[in-house]
Design a protein around this ligand. Structure first.
Ligand code: ADP
Length: 326
């Protein structure tokens, strides 16, 4: 492997608050260590189309507090084909980029793993997703901000739920992971969370009703993870309407507002630490790993592990929610 002089950075897949803080950290830390930095626009698409620009320190000024990503993000079908990846590699070489830092979720890191293997290119991944579904890191960039956004929304829904004595199913994002729903429910003082990790084990609605749901309260809020495994909030609302017609049921789908907003202090610090660690990893000769923070320590997680291993939910949290919602 030759010496690395220039790194390329891109954000890909679903956007997450804190991606800008990560771009800033990677750029500044690279420059601090004498590396050249090139920003690649619109994820892997920019590698294919050559939308690439040199980044100096001032290109990342005043962005730490901004949601979204200044590099834009996209989904790129061509990159999933060997022909597409060949074009990406040729453009990368043409630009003099020796290593890539990819900020994104499960899909983006899968792309990085395949690309790294195919062309022997050093790729470092940063976990950027509100879903928190990457193995090997306590949290992912954007997760804490999304959780706080959910909290803010559910607090407001609580006011109307209480006034009208209604049962609300609030659908939150998370793909096939229940972290946002479960922790959102605990933080918001909701009555329950319906999450994909448990959907296959029990009928969660039956369990809610059996456990004296609405026994001591005149309103209830249940957070539902959007996953096809749970069926989403509408599915549960329909079931309640059919099976328990006495309940006054409403549904709120929080949707894309969960992806926006200024990142929390937690996400800014996480993104800054991960970004700096990505450059440390490159300087140390690491390749094809995702950088994570595990028990407050920086760790290098092989792509295969970060992507393939299911990140388990903490069962203790499930019990906490159950005990606190009596
Ligand atoms: P996320 O990174 O948020 O999980 P996606 O799953 O949409 O988002 O993936 C983002 C991009 O990563 C895709 O549009 C594609 O360019 C790339 N990608 C995903 N899966 C693969 C794959 N199996 N092979 C190559 N590239 C992939």
């Amino acid at each position: 492997m030759g010496t690395i002089k220039c790194i390329g950075i891109l954000t890909s897949g679903g956007d997450a608050p804190g991606m800008n803080a990560a771009i800033r950290a990677v750029t500044r830390c690279a420059i601090y260590n004498g590396l050249q930095v090139k920003g690649i626009y619109r994820g892997y698409k920019g590698l294919l189309t050559g939308e690439i620009k040199e980044f100096k320190s001032q290109n990342v000024s005043n962005i730490i507090q901004q949601g979204g990503t200044i590099l834009k993000t996209a989904r790129c079908k061509e990159f999933t084909t060997p022909e597409g990846r060949q074009i990406a590699y040729d453009n990368m070489k043409k630009e003099g980029i020796d290593a890539l830092v990819v900020i994104g979720g499960d899909g983006s890191l899968t792309g990085a793993r395949i690309f790294a293997q195919e062309f022997d290119v050093p790729c470092i991944g940063l976990p950027g997703t509100i879903d928190n579904d990457l193995y090997g890191t306590d949290t992912t960039i954007g997760y804490d901000t999304a959780l706080n956004t959910i909290l803010d929304a559910v607090d407001k829904i609580r006011d109307t739920a209480t006034s009208h004595e209604r049962l609300f199913f609030v659908e939150v994002m998370g793909r096939d992971a229940g972290f946002l729903a479960l922790n959102g429910a605990i933080a918001a003082g909701a009555e329950a969370a319906i999450i994909p990790e448990i959907s296959t084990e029990v009928d969660q609605l039956e369990e809610l009703i059996k456990n004296g749901f609405r026994k001591s309260k005149n309103s209830s809020i249940v957070l539902v993870a959007e996953s096809p495994i749970t069926g989403g909030a509408m599915h549960y609302a329909e079931r309640v309407k059919n099976e328990y017609p006495d309940y006054d049921v409403r549904v709120t789908i929080l949707g894309h507002l969960q992806r926006g907003g200024s990142p929390t202090a937690h996400d800014r610090i996480l993104a800054s630490r991960l970004g700096a660690a990505a450059i440390d990893a490159i300087m140390e000769g690491q390749r094809n790993v995702m950088i994570g923070i595990d028990h407050d320590q920086v760790v290098y997680v092989p792509f295969t592990k970060a992507i393939k291993k299911d990140k388990p939910i903490n069962r203790e949290l499930v019990n906490v929610l159950k005990e606190l919602s009596i």
